[in-house]
Design a protein around this ligand. Sequence first.
Ligand code: TRP
Length: 361
Amino acid sequence: MKKIILTGDRPTGRLHLGHYVGSLKRRVELQNSGEFDRIFIMIADAQALTDNADNPGKIRDNIIEVALDYLSCGLDPSRSTIFIQSQIAELCELTFYYMNLVTVSRLQRNPTVKSEIQMRNFETSIPVGFFTYPISQASDITAFKATTVPVGEDQEPMIEQTREIVRKFNSVYGETLVEPEILLPDNSACLRLPGTDGKAKMSKSLGNCIYLSDTPEDVRKKVMGMFTDPGHIKVEDPGQVEGNTVFTYLDAFSRPEHFTEFLPDYAGLDELKEHYRRGGLGDVKVKKFLNAILQAELEPVRQRRKEFEKDIPGVYEMLRKGTETARTVAAQTLAEVRSAMRINYFDDEELIRSQAEKFSR
Ligand code: TRP
């Protein structure tokens, strides 16, 4: 069986370091590994509209931001098909059929949707489209027969829902769809990168993000203002590493060569942590080290972004071509789905023949 990746992001804002360690960086590695037959990266604007119906302008403006973030991280349109969800009507039709295979109570149990409903104060007025987006996400994944979905752990319930739909579809209508597998980040600090304020998640609404397109000075300021151990007041005080955001970021970003380059007094992260725990290591020194690492990581991303920003029409053209390619694939799957459900009346000769026979008796 072919190995196919599908993943994507809602274009509700510029992408940040949480996206980067949680999935973007991995995608680029997977792309460059050559292990996959096809890679589809989707800008999920239709899903973003499920809780932004009154603000389509925000979604529209962020499509290009997300596309630029993708390209600047190293996604390469000659190897990965980058496309826009809303331009593929086939996905809606799949969703319409899959809806019949999912119960309301099953949707209500989805923990990610539950917490999103709370976050958005939707309790009393959940838009139906938002409530059902896990089904639409199953269409996104199955339309491309994806075997592998690299996402953050908050997406686990969506993949599980997709797998259930695939099993149900295949058992009712015959083997047609492919059951996908989730691919989580392998470094636990990357699973869910906390915000710079130490809160559980980087989130635009909390204002605790470091964006891929931030200037070096923005990044430096955000790092120097990061949450550490509130009990670590004087340099000589012993400090806590667990729950200390600066160290969580170091877990996610630091590599041995960073020590050689920026902090040669320490053999590695364990030694640095040990010193912090013991006392005598100031937050500023650790933050400066983290800043150096992040600047080194982000500089090539910024440089590439600058180049792509010079040709915005070219970026839209890339998206248009990607969408065209993706649409052909989704249309093929939809044809198979209709045929499995035997609702392809006009090209089902066997159906027409047997009906004719019935009426001639
Ligand atoms: N739900 C994903 C997010 O919020 C975006 C998304 C939509 C997606 N469809 C997808 C991710 C299909 C992976 C596969 O980031």
